[in-house]
Design a protein around this ligand. Sequence first.
Ligand code: SF4
Ligand code: FES
Length: 249
Amino acid sequence: MKLTLKIWRQNGANDKGKIVDYPVSDVSEDMSFLEMLDVLNDDLVRKGEDPIAFDHDCREGICGMCSLFINGEAHGPGRGITTCQLHMRKFKDGDASYVEPWRSAAFPVIKDLATNRSAFDRIQAAGGFVSVNTSGNLVDGNAVPIPKDDADKAFDAATCIGCGACVATCPNGSAMLFTAAKVSQLALLPQGRPEAKRRALAMVEQMDKEGFGNCSNTGACEVECPKGISLEHIARLNREYLAATVTKE
Ligand code: SF4
Ligand code: FES
């Protein structure tokens, strides 16, 4: 099939940027969206033009790197998939598609479609971990009993791949779903409880420092999240944060 891609080109964070039209032909419906961009880039390189910068790594829906806003939807049409899992069979011959980077002040554009999402790393580093006992008296993780329901919920939270679709989709540019998933994952496990208060306070503080907006419960994040992270984790983060605030010394 033939398509017209309307792709955001921006040469660095301070460049104004603009949409540029690229016709592509011989697109197979079995290609992934990223493979289709590879073909376009091969073509641009052959013509001596600057290829389009976009992020990707695993191409298996695991790493969270492929951050594209396609026709106004994070990761494009389809639910529960990342851009690398999006196939061209979702498009029709003759379609025109807009391809843009994540839009958020906290995710500045590096070039074209690639954005800097290290704000997520800093939120994670602020408290999204469990301190390990290195005294030599390690307890086998399996020796700590965990109710199955809690283990399942913690696992669900742990499936967040840090892609940032929740931020890009949120009208407030909020990072609540991401932060909530990371807080929930540990709050639900006994190993995460000793540092739970410190974790909730530090991660929310870092989230605010990074310039993400506030959560107003619109729920768009949950709809566009490729891993189906539930809003119930935001409710848990709010409870964890409130409890940490009222008992802060
Ligand atoms: S909560 Fe969902 S949308 Fe947000 S970063 Fe995690 S996986 Fe991506
Ligand atoms: S490239 Fe890793 S999730 Fe898409």
